[in-house]
Design a protein around this ligand. Structure first.
Ligand SMILES: *Cc1c(COP(=O)(O)O)cnc(C)c1O
Length: 424
C-alpha cells in the first residue's frame, strides 16, 4: 500500500509541530517509516488520507470500547454542543457522570474530573501526599502514569534503587522522591518500604500494566501490595486509566478483587473526548479543594461536551454489560490465531493477554516485567508491524504498547487479520 499523501502531510506537520505529532508514539520512531494520517473512522475501520481502509487494533489507545464514531456518543456530543461548549460553571452533566461512575466502581464515594490521565495521576499523588503528610512514592519500572515529572523515572538496568530522571527537564530533587520497584516482584517493594519507613505516601501501579506491552499480574502480587500498604499506612493507587471500564465496569479492582485507596481514570471514561478522573472514599477526597487544603483545579475540567460523551459511554456499558465478555472473546480469537501461525513458522514469541488487552513479544521467555519486555526482538516486531500494515491491519506501532480491541471488530475482520499474518 502506498502512503504518499500521509508522507506529504507528515512533512508539512514536521515544519510546525515537533516531530510532526502531538504525542510521541504516533511518530513510528520505534518501527521506522512515517505515520499514517487518518481522515475518518467508523466502527473498527480507519480510513486514511491515502484512501486505504485499515482494521484498527488501537481504538485511539483504548477509549473507543464500542468502536469509532459510536452513535450514542456522537449524538450526545452534538446535542450538548448546540447548547454551548463551556461555561466555567457547574452543570448537571458532571453530577450525572459522577453518580454513574461511583455506582459502577467499587470502593469510591467521590470523583473529581480533569482533562487527561496525566492530570489524574499527578493530582492523585498530590492528594496522597497531602493526606498522608509524606513525600515519597513507589512506582514500578515500565509502568506509565502520564508525563508529569514524578513519573518520568525508570530503572537503570533493572536497579531497584533511587530513580534517576529518564527525561531531561526532570530535576534530581523530584526524582529522589520516586522510588522504583519491579512489577510482579513483591520483595522489591517490601525492601523499599522497609528502607523508607514512614516516608512513603503511596504506591502507584497499573494493576494490569499495558505500557510495557500487556503484563499479567502474578497471583498474589496485587494482594501483596494491599497488605504492605495496610501494614505501613501507605495509600495504594491503582492507575486504571487503561483498565478502567475496559476490563470490567469496576475495572481491575473488580477483576482482581484487590481494593485500591485512590483510583485514576482516563481513556474510556471520556468516550473519546479529553477526560481524566480520580476517585476515592469520601474521607480521602474531602482533603481536596475546595473542601480541603490540597489544591487542584481546571478551567475546562468537567467540560460539558466531554461529560456528555463520557456519560453516553458509561450508560452504554451499563446497558450492555456483556460487552466485556465479547471483547475478551474477540481478543482470545486473535490471540489463538496469531499464536498458531507464529508457532507453525517457528518464530519465537510470547503473547500476553488479560481480557481485551493483548501484546505480542518476540521472545520465548515469559514477559512479566519491564526487563523481560525490553529483551524481546524489536527487529522482528518492526517487520511484523509493517507486514500487517501493508495488508490493512493497524497494530500499535511499538512493542511496548498493548492492543485495544473494540466491540465493532467483526469475525470477518479477525479472519482478515489472521490471514494477513499467514505469509509473514
Ligand atoms: C494513557 C495512560 C496515562 C496517561 O493518560 P493521558 O490521557 O495520555 O495523559 C496514564 N496512565 C496509564 C496507565 C495510561 O495508559
Amino acid at each position: 500500500m502506498e502512503y504518499k499523501r500521509s508522507s506529504a502531510l507528515f512533512a508539512a506537520a514536521n515544519k510546525v509541530i515537533p516531530g510532526g505529532v502531538n504525542s510521541p508514539v504516533r511518530a513510528f520512531k520505534s518501527v521506522g517509516g512515517h505515520p499514517v494520517f487518518v481522515k475518518q473512522a467508523k466502527g473498527a475501520h480507519l480510513f486514511t488520507e491515502d484512501g486505504h481502509t485499515l482494521i484498527d487494533y488501537i481504538s485511539s489507545w483504548g477509549p473507543l470500547l464500542f468502536g469509532h464514531a459510536f452513535e450514542p456518543v456522537i449524538e450526545a456530543v452534538k446535542r450538548t454542543a448546540e447548547k454551548g461548549t463551556s461555561f466555567g460553571m457547574p452543570t448537571e452533566l458532571e453530577t450525572q457522570l459522577a453518580e454513574l461512575a461511583v455506582k459502577m466502581v467499587p470502593n469510591i464515594d467521590k470523583i473529581r474530573f480533569v482533562n487527561s490521565g496525566t492530570e489524574a495521576c499527578m493530582s492523585a499523588v498530590r492528594l496522597a501526599r497531602g493526606y498522608t503528610g509524606r513525600h515519597k512514592i513507589i512506582k514500578f519500572a515500565g509502568c506509565y502514569h502520564g508525563h508529569s515529572d514524578s513519573f518520568l523515572i525508570q530503572a537503570g538496568s533493572g536497579a531497584v534503587t533511587f530513580g534517576s530522571p529518564s527525561s531531561p527537564g526532570v530535576t534530581p530533587g523530584t526524582a529522589q522522591d520516586t522510588l522504583l520497584a519491579r512489577y510482579n516482584d513483591i520483595e522489591s517493594v517490601r525492601s523499599l518500604v522497609v528502607a523508607n519507613a514512614d516516608e512513603i505516601a503511596a504506591i502507584i501501579v497499573e494493576p494490569v500494566p499495558g505500557n510495557m506491552g500487556c503484563i499479567v499480574p502474578e497471583s498474589g502480587f496485587l494482594h501483596g501490595l494491599r497488605d504492605l500498604c495496610d501494614a505501613h499506612n501507605i495509600l495504594l493507587l491503582f492507575d486504571e486509566v487503561m483498565t478502567g471500564f475496559r476490563l470490567a465496569k469496576g475495572g481491575a479492582q473488580e477483576t482482581t478483587s484487590v481494593r485500591a485507596d485512590l483510583v485514576m481514570f482516563g481513556k474510556v471514561i471520556g468516550g473519546g473526548l479529553p477526560v481524566g478522573a480520580f476517585a476515592a472514599r469520601g474521607e480521602i477526597m474531602s482533603h481536596l479543594a475546595p473542601e480541603g487544603p490540597v489544591y487542584q483545579a481546571g478551567t475546562l475540567s468537567g467540560n460539558p461536551l466531554a461529560m456528555a460523551a463520557g456519560l453516553a459511554m458509561l450508560q452504554s456499558i451499563e446497558n450492555d454489560p456483556q460487552v466485556f465478555r465479547r471483547l475478551a472473546d474477540k481478543a482470545a480469537s486473535v490471540h489463538r490465531g496469531i499464536e498458531s501461525t507464529l508457532r507453525e513458522k517457528g518464530i519465537p514469541h510470547t503473547i500476553n493477554r488479560y481480557g481485551s488487552m493483548l501484546s505480542v513479544h518476540f521472545d520465548e521467555e515469559p514477559v512479566v516485567d519491564f526487563e523481560s519486555a525490553a529483551r524481546a526482538n524489536n527487529d522482528t516486531f518492526k517487520r511484523y508491524f509493517h507486514h500487517m500494515l501493508d495488508r490493512g491491519v493497524y497494530l500499535p506501532p511499538s512493542a511496548f504498547e498493548s492492543y485495544f480491541l473494540n466491540d465493532a471488530l467483526s469475525e470477518a475482520d479477525i479472519d482478515k487479520t489472521l490471514t494477513a499474518l499467514k505469509d509473514f
